[in-house]
Every structure is written in C-alpha cells, then in structure tokens.
Design a protein around this ligand. Sequence first.
Ligand code: DAK
Length: 258
Amino acid sequence: MQPENLLLQTDGPVALIRLNRPRQLNALNDALMDELGQALAMYDADEAIGCVVLTGSDKAFAAGADIAAMASKDYMQAYREDFITRNWERMRSMRKPVIAAVAGYALGGGCELAMMCDFIIAAEDARFGQPEIRIGIIPGAGGTQRLPRAVGKSKAMDLALTARLMDAAEAERAGLVSRVVPAARLLDEAMDAARTICGFPRHTVMMAKECVNRAFESPLSDGLLFERRVFHSLFGTHDQREGMAAFLEKRQPGFENR
Ligand code: DAK
C-alpha cells in the first residue's frame, strides 16, 4: 500500500523514497516520519534492495519539522510523548546506504534528516540551515551535533545562532554535501551513485558504511582497530578473491554477495 506522505518506487536494486507533502514544503509531521521509518525498515530487510535514495520536491527537501503540529505542545507533553524522537531514530539503524538528494530547502529537521543519510548530493539551488532559533527553539534532531562534525564549530554556530541559510556551493565547500549538480540532474546523479554502489558486494558496502560511521563514535585507535578487524574479515569472502582475480586477469568481476 502506498503511504500518504511518501512516494515509493524501486528501480532494480535502488529504492527511491520521495517526501510528499508539497503544500507544506514537506514539513515533517508524525505521520510522515512513521511512514518513513516503515519504508526504511522495509527496504533494509529487502534482499533485492542495495541502496536507498531519499529526496523531496524541486522546492523543498523538507522545510523542517511541522511547526503547526508542535506549536501547542507543552514541556510535559513533549517529554512524556518522547516528542518525535521515537520515529526519527530509524535512519540511524539503517545498514544499507541512504543517499539524500536535496533540492530547495533543507531546513531545521529537514537539514537534520539529510545529515542522518550517508551522504548528500545537492542541487545548485539547495539551501541548508538550522533556523529553529527564529521560532524559539533549538535544533532537536542532531543539528547541534552532526552539523559541527560536518562543517566545524564556527560555521555550525553561525548557522544555529543567526538562522542564516547556506547555499549549495557553501555547503560543498564546508563539507556538508559531497557533490553539487544542476537541479535538472539531481535525481539522475543520485540514482547513478546508488546504482554504482549496488554494483559492489552488499556486505562490503555495509561494512564500509559501518566503519566510516565508527569514526564518529570512537577514539581513533578504537576506530582503526575496528576497521582492521572488518578489513581482515573480508579475506574470508568469495567476492574478495573474485574482485582481486578479476583485476589481475583484466576482466569485470562477477560478485556474488558472499
Ligand atoms: N512547518 C509547517 N508548515 C510549513 C513549514 C514548517 N516547517 N515550512 C513551510 N510550511 C508551510 C507554510 O506555512 C506555508 O503554508 P500555507 O501558508 O500555504 O498553508 C507553506 O508551507 C509554504 O511556505 P511559505 O509560504 O512560507 O513559502 P516561502 O517560499 O515564502 O518560504 C521557507 C519558504 C522555507 C523559507 C518558509 O516556509 C520557512 O521559513 N519555513 C519554516 C522553516 C523552519 O523554521 N524550519 C525549522 C522548523 S523547527 C526533533 C526532530 C526535529 C526537530 C526537532 C526535534 N526531535 C527528534 C526531538 C525539528 C525542528 C524544526 O525543524
């Protein structure tokens, strides 16, 4: 069954999730986030899927959490309901890669959602920001934590304290996005990247993702040890032998995901 606030589609091993509340610039409400969590869980469990692309509309990836839905909350309600935390955490446990394809606004929770993805490809017209301070709150889904890790303290402070928006070129210079492409090319570029990833052994992709993420969770010595253990384990796989043999024999590898 198609969800109400998302458009789901698959193209071979690539799943495309499009946030679809265009009249609210994809403002992220509970219903949408529930559906997104379910879709991510479904694709993570689906053997046929190797990579997910998450996108929005031409005008907005997402303009933030839905302000109308949270305007009347009081502290006790927010705390006791575990306000939106419960359905924002699914992305963190995704084992398969998720690419954010961002056009237009990625603000507040929208910027945070993009940052939860594994990397961001931005259209030239993309604009990123954490403008929550303008409405009397602060970022609540990682904006004060992931943004400084991505762009450094100075720029993260600048964005969170002044509410100014950053364009795609600045976001690329700062390291928030991996590439900037013309808006008309955005989806093709993201889908191509996803297809490229799907051409590599699934377990290797998942292990590489796990290792890169470990860099943000542990001291360097632990991260290096973790990487080394995973690296060594790959010498027990068919696809390592096949990949190296194919290189030496100057032919394309036939990976079997094992
Ligand atoms: N929420 C609800 N509706 C929104 C919205 C939002 N964030 N952003 C836009 N809309 C709605 C507008 O109200 C308008 O609706 P109608 O008036 O047509 O009914 C429609 O989308 C079109 O917006 P505009 O008319 O404003 O369009 P413009 O092109 O003039 O301006 C804009 C676009 C993106 C600059 C502007 O809409 C804007 O400033 N929007 C708000 C941006 C913002 O402040 N975002 C941060 C929201 S706070 C957490 C997880 C997440 C969060 C917190 C905690 N946990 C896990 C604990 C996140 C918090 C936030 O994101």
